[in-house]
Design a protein around this ligand. Sequence first.
Ligand code: ADQ
Length: 487
Amino acid sequence: MIRLKGKDRRLIVVSNRLPFHRFVDDSGKDVWKKAAGGLITGLEPILKKCKGIWLGWDGIRTEGIRKEDFRLVDIAEIESEEGEKACKACSYQIGCVPLTEKEFDEYYNRFSNGTLWALFHYFFEKSFIDYSAWRTYCEVNRRFAEYIHEIAEDDDIIWIQDFHLFMTPYYLRKLRPNQEIHFFLHIPFPDIDIFSILPWQDQILGSILCCNTIGFHHKQYLRNFNEAVRLYRKEKTGTKGMETLEGSVNTHFYVNPISIDFNAIDRTSRKHEVLERKKEIIRQASSPKLILGVDRIDYSKGIKERLLGMEMLLDEHPELKEQFFYYQLVVPSREDVETYIALKKEIDEIIGRINGKFATGLWAPVHYNYGTVTFEELVALYSAADVALVTPLRDGMNLVCKEYVAAHSDNDGVLVLSRFAGAIAEIKNCLPVNPYSIEDIARAIYHALHMPKTERKKRMRKMRKNIKHHNIDTWLQNCLRNFELAQ
Ligand code: ADQ
C-alpha cells in the first residue's frame, strides 16, 4: 500500500508490457520469462515494495478476445523459464490484457512503434500515418481502460505509463469521472514542429489532460508539452469525434527524472560471486581495457554510429590494436518490426567488417552478444568495464548510464554519454558526445582510454554521489509528492 492524502491506497501500474512474457509449452503449460527494459527496471522495485497490481499485455497473441483471457496472477505463483518462483515477500499481482494478432500488428508494431516512437524520438522520416492502425490503437486503449475499471476500487491510484497508452486516460475518465488517474511519459515529448505532424495530436492531448498529473523526465519535454497544450487550448479545434473531457480535472504537470535502485546495484557489485565473475570477464577480454555498450536493439540507441566511431578510432590510431576490447550487449526488442530486423542485419554486417579489417591472430576488436543476461551478470559486466559507451541519438532518460555508475563501487571507470539522452541533465562528470558525429565518438573513446586514474576517480565519485542521492526511491517519493499536489 502507498500512503497518500491521509489514506493507505493500492497502486495499479498500467503499461503496454508486463515484466514477464508468457509462453505456452507443448503440454499447454504456461512458461514465463523475465523481460528487460527501462520501464521494468524503474517500476518493478516499487511494485515489490507496495504489493500493488501491474496491468499489461503478457506477450500472447490470441485468436479472438474472450473475457476469461483477462486474469490476475500472483507472481509468487508463476514459474520462470529457469524453474524459479518469486518469493512471497517480493510478490505482486499482474493483470494480463489479451491482444489479437491484428491488434499486436496495428496497435503495437504499427502505431506505437512505427508512428509514435519514431516521431517522438525525432525520426519523422521513419514515422508513418496509418488510420487503420490509429483506430486499433484506440480500441486497445479502450480495452485497457475497461479492465482497469473492472478491478479498480475507488481509492486506488491508477498510474498509466508511456506512449502506448496515450488514449487510455480518456476512456477511463468516461467510466470513472472521480478516479485518481496519473500519467508518466518515459520518452521525450518532442518540439511542437515535430508533434504537429501527428494528425491525432488533439485527441492525444485531450486524453492525457484527463489525468490528475502528467510527469516527464526532463524540463525540455515539459516545455515542449506546455507549448503544445497552449496551442491546443488557443485553437480549440476540439478532439474530433470525441467528447471533450478536458477541464474535468485540473491537471498538474511535473518534471522528475527516473532513476535506478542504486543500493541494490552497488551491493551486488561487491558480492563475492560478482567480483569473481568480473575477474573472469577481464581475463577473457585479454586486452588492457574493456569498453562496454548495453542497449535494447533500437535505431534510437545509436549502436551503428558508435561502431563507426570505433572504426574511425582504429583507422586513425592503429597503435590501439590489441589495446582494448569492445563488448556490445544487445537485448532483443520489437523483433517483428521490419526496421528492427533490418537494423540487426546492418549491425551484424558492420561488426563483421570491423573485425575483418582490424583483427590480428589472437584479437578481434568487437564482441557482440545478442540476448538478455541476468542482473548479476550485467552488474559484473558493468564493473569490469573501464569505459561505457552510452550514445543514443535520442533517449527519454537512459538507465544504462546510471547502472554503470552504480556498479563502480571501485570509484573507477569513464562514462561517455550522448548529449541527447535525458540523463545528461543530471550526470555532469561524464564525457559528453554528439552521437551523430562519429569523429566526436572516436575522440571521446580515445580520451576515455587515456584518462589518468586520478581524474577518472574524481569524476566517478561525483557521478556516484549524485545518482546515489537521486535514486529510484527518491523518484517515487517525488512522484507521490506531485500526486499529493493534484486535486
Ligand atoms: P529503454 O528504451 O528500454 O527505456 P533504458 O533506460 O536504457 O532504455 O533501459 C534499458 C534497461 O534494460 C536497463 O535497465 C538495462 O539494464 C536493461 N538491459 C539492457 N540490455 C540488457 C540485457 N542484454 N540483459 C538484461 N538487461 C538488459 C525507456 C526509455 C528510456 C527510459 C526508460 C525508463 O526509452 O529513455 O530511461 O524507459 O523511463
